[in-house]
Design a protein around this ligand. Structure first.
Ligand SMILES: [Zn+2]
Length: 413
């Protein structure tokens, strides 16, 4: 097949003519809502330019979205160039509010987030290690109830997004294994739906997958179609964005990079194997190398490490360099397999990044082949520790964006 034929085939595939009219309309509504959700208020004429749709189509779509309560128009602003003043279009946050939940090893966070990314309220509380799934769900339900109570009277709750630090089945939110939470075979999606008493769908995803989604949509990786997000907490998780889409695997289990072998002579992992990446580059390794008792974990450990590193304590700096080396070697493996443009470090790697950076780059270049290594940059996340919580909101809001009319009608009918 020659080049001309390939091009012709592609054009035919994308030509709207072959697409059912309602499907095209849903696609256009989604494009307008997504643009406003991610980029904020714009004028009608800017929307025409960014979506590539004509003026009358935009007016028509905005009319429907206004009726659905998802957007509103503000006063017209004078255009910078020639032409009539164009009204400003913005999302109406209360038109679609989601409950966003993050279940990590050391904390539980809940937020209410409206269309456009407007955060009504957000709360994070410590989670004792060893707490059972039932106990954690009860805490989440209590916090969620309070936040939902606090929403404006006209807010419409449209969904729930949940990030959890464990292996997660996307279809129903079942968690077969969350080694660092100490959970096994937990029907988390069902438990949360029942505890929240909401008819809204509960979408459960792996925490690192949601960190990747958040950094790709709103953070340091905005517009970077090939990125890997690496989260360090008690363990290591990876979220992969491939060609602008989350790479989840057959069931949603992809990205468990923390449990890939990096050192056959290494330490025993909580998953039962020996020498997993997280046993060499994770929290326990950091404490071990820095000479800090294993009872000091989570934020307590990271604060201690940061204080000592800032004081120039050599043992701590050496520990960070060693962690950074293992972290970099593992990143080199991922670079070889996935050829990312950007590797984003989240979780506790974010605050420690200035001390890890040099060793991480060196390890990654050592592990990666030259060609993919030359392309990949490594950076600290842009959204800080809340990236997975923001990603959980994005996951739930993406359902509204995908079919604005269908989603809203389903709720009012
Ligand atoms: Zn493991």
């Amino acid at each position: 097949m020659n080049r001309t034929q390939i091009t012709a085939g592609r054009d035919a595939h994308h030509r709207p003519k072959g697409v059912a009219a309602d499907e095209l309309r849903r696609h256009n509504l989604a494009a307008v809502v997504e643009s406003l959700h991610l980029h904020g208020p714009v004028s009608r004429s800017e929307l025409t330019a960014t979506t590539g749709l004509n003026r009358s189509t935009i007016a028509d779509l905005i009319g429907e979205l206004t009726n659905l309560g998802l957007v509103e128009e503000g006063p017209a602003v004078a255009p910078s160039g020639p032409g009539r003043p164009s009204p400003m279009v913005r999302t109406r946050p209360q038109g679609a509010v989601v409950l966003s939940i993050e279940l990590s090893v050391d904390s539980v966070a809940v937020a209410t987030v409206g269309l456009g990314g407007y955060v009504y309220e957000q709360v994070r509380v410590p989670r004792p290690r060893g707490e059972s799934a039932a106990e954690t769900v009860e805490v989440v339900a209590g916090l969620s109830g309070e936040l939902i109570e606090g929403l404006p009277a006209d807010a419409i709750l449209t969904g729930v997004g949940v990030g959890v630090a464990g292996v997660t089945r996307r279809s129903d939110g079942f968690v077969p294994l969350a080694p660092n939470l100490g959970w096994r075979n937990v029907a988390l999606g069902e438990m949360l739906a029942s505890a929240l008493g909401l008819s809204d769908p509960v979408l459960v995803a792996n925490e690192a997958d949601l960190g990747a989604l958040a950094e790709y949509r709103r953070g340091v990786g905005a517009g970077v179609p090939h990125l890997i997000y690496i989260s360090g907490e008690a363990g290591i998780g990876a979220g992969i964005i491939h060609d602008g889409k989350p790479m989840l695997g057959a069931a949603g289990y992809a990205g468990e990079a923390g449990h890939t072998l990096i050192n056959p002579d290494g330490h025993l992992c909580r998953c039962g194997a020996t020498g997993c990446w997280e046993t060499e580059a994770g929290e326990a390794a950091l404490a071990r190398l820095a000479g800090i008792p294993s009872s000091v974990t989570g934020l307590g450990l990271i604060d201690t490490i940061l204080a000592r590193a800032n004081d120039g304590d050599q043992k701590t700096l050496d520990a960070l360099a060693e962690i950074g080396r293992w972290l970099g070697l593992g990143i080199g493996n991922l670079i070889n397999v996935f050829n990312p443009q950007l590797v984003v470090l989240g979780g506790f790697y974010h605050p420690l990044f200035p001390f890890l950076e040099k060793a991480v780059f060196k390890g990654a270049r050592l592990g990666a082949l030259d060609a993919p290594g030359d392309i990949a940059d490594i950076t600290a996340g842009g959204l800080g520790p809340d990236a997975p919580l923001i990603g959980a909101a994005e996951l739930a809001i993406s359902e509204v964006i995908a079919d604005p009319a269908g989603h809203t009608r389903a709720r009012s009918g």
